[in-house]
Structure formats: C-alpha cells, structure tokens
Write a protein of this length. Structure first.
Length: 292
C-alpha cells in the first residue's frame, strides 16, 4: 500500500472512530458503522442508529474554520425542514451543531435509505431547484458571498504556492489571472441564498421522493451559480432561468474552482491526479476563451 493510501486509510478509520465516540457520548448505540462515502469528507452510517455522520477531513484544509461552514449547513437545512422542503434533516438524536472529537469536526444527519442508485432526470432537478430557491429566498440568516470560489480558490492558490512543487509558476500565474478576470464578471445584484452545489448527486432517491442533500457550500449569490450544474434540459424546467450570457462567467469560474480545488488537495487525495491534469491542460488550451 502506498503511503498516500495508508494515510487516507488511517484518516478514514480516525473519522469513523470519532463519529462513534461522539454519538456514544450522547447515549446512541452503534454496532456496525459503515462508510458510505470517502472522498474529501467521510460519511458514516452509524448502524443501527438512523444517523449518518459527515466528518470533515480533507475539506477542512481549505475551509478553515470548518465549523462555520458546517454551522451554516445545519442552519439552512433546519430552515428548509421547517418550510416543508424535501431535504435530508439533521439528526434529532443529538444536538444539531458541529461536533468535534480527535481534532475532527462533524455533523449528524437523519439516515434515509436510498431506493435506487439512479440519478434524477434533468427536468426534475430544474423544477426542484426552482422550488428550493423560492424557499431559500426567505432564509433569514447571514451567508457569505459565493463562498466556494471566493474562499477555496484564493486559499487553494496560496497552498499551491507554498507547496512549490505541484504546479509551475506559469500555471499558478494562469490560474490567478483567470480568477482575477472572472471575479468582476459575476453579478452583484439579484443575490439570494443558494444551495451552493446543486447537482444531480445531491438529490437522493428515497421512499419519500427526491431529497436534497449536502448544503455545506450554501452561500449567497446569483442563482446562476446553482444553475451551472444543469444541462439545457434541466434549465428549461427552471422558470425564468438566466440566459447563457449570465451563466457563462459562472461556468468558467466553476471550471477554475475544480482545477484549483483538486490540485490544492492533491497531496492528500492523489486519486484525482489525472483528472486534474486533463482540466489544467484544457484551461491552457482555451485560456483566451476563458479569460475573454
């Protein structure tokens, strides 16, 4: 086993142990914790309790203090639950706050059994996103402006500069200049609360219907940021969706965000090295298009 895989295995085991320790301290019995997903965070089904722990591991390297991101996620989810929105709710078996154990922060959510592994049709995503935005418009809490790109890209670039051996100086310059050109192109009006990462993978098929999941990226911004993950068919189901001229800089910013995110976290998550290389090569080949 490579040292990277060994480190990741150890981190996953640490995340599972931390989640079990926290719920056990609240009187919840766990017999067979099962890892549902292990990427930039670790999701653990704490069987037989109907609870899923989401433990921030690699993500916390760029999002510090991570507990503020997790607190926003809980707050928005609780608001949507109170509105009757189809979302995965925080667990009611322990306080709905970010918890900490062994240096790791985590949140706990109601476990809902998926009824299939299929993705929603584009029209379903578009329609549900429009309904979600209508409810989020009344969310009373404070949210940062476009937190994913405006936090992750600068912090990711700084981490890459400090590493020194992941990207060349010319590549770092290209990424920074692309960010500096795109940021002023994003709308500064018609801002509202957003999901932040509204894509097909964050809609879970359950016996209750499709449920929204994963609001860690929730933020304030133009609805275009949420719409860029939809194809034309999905956007056609979203009433009064903005046209392509409004969406274009957000699409470019999302591409840049993916490149910086993956490269900045490559030491901890090397699995995506080839994917990151393809994305960066594409940016080099189309840098005039992306920066125009």
């Amino acid at each position: 086993m490579s040292s990277e895989n060994s480190n990741r295995t150890a981190l996953t085991a640490r995340a599972v142990a931390a989640a079990v320790s926290v719920v056990s301290a609240h009187g919840v019995k766990v017999d067979a914790p099962h890892v549902l997903n292990n990427a930039y965070s670790v999701r653990v089904y704490l069987h037989p309790a109907p609870i899923v722990a989401r433990v921030s591991t690699v993500t916390a390297l760029l999002r510090s203090p991570i507990e503020s991101w997790l607190a926003r996620e809980i707050s928005v989810a609780e608001f949507l639950v109170s509105c009757g929105s189809p979302v995965i709710a925080p667990s009611d078996r322990l306080p709905a706050i970010p918890h900490q154990h062994d240096g790791l922060f985590m949140t706990f959510w109601r476990y809902v059994q998926p009824v299939s592994d299929r993705l929603p049709d584009p029209q379903i995503i578009g329609r549900m996103l429009a309904e979600l935005h209508a409810l989020l418009h009344d969310y009373p809490g404070d949210l940062p402006l476009l937190a994913p790109p405006q936090n992750d890209i600068p912090r990711g670039l700084e981490r890459l500069k400090q590493a020194g051996d992941i990207l060349t100086t010319s590549d770092l310059t290209l990424l920074q200049e692309t960010y500096d050109r795109l940021l002023p192109q994003l709308a500064t009006d018609q801002l509202q609360p957003l999901h932040g990462d509204a894509n097909a993978l964050n809609l879970i098929p359950t016996a209750e219907g499709w449920l929204w999941n994963d609001f860690e990226d929730t933020c304030r911004g133009h609805i275009a940021w949420d719409l860029i993950n939809l194809d034309d068919e999905g956007r056609s189901a979203y009433a009064n969706a903005p046209d392509s001229s409004v969406l274009e800089p957000y699409i470019k910013m999302r591409q840049l965000h993916a490149i910086v995110w993956v490269y900045a976290l490559l030491p901890e998550f090397p699995d995506w090295a080839e994917y990151a290389k393809v994305m960066l090569n594409n940016l080099r080949d189309h840098k005039h298009y992306l920066n125009e």
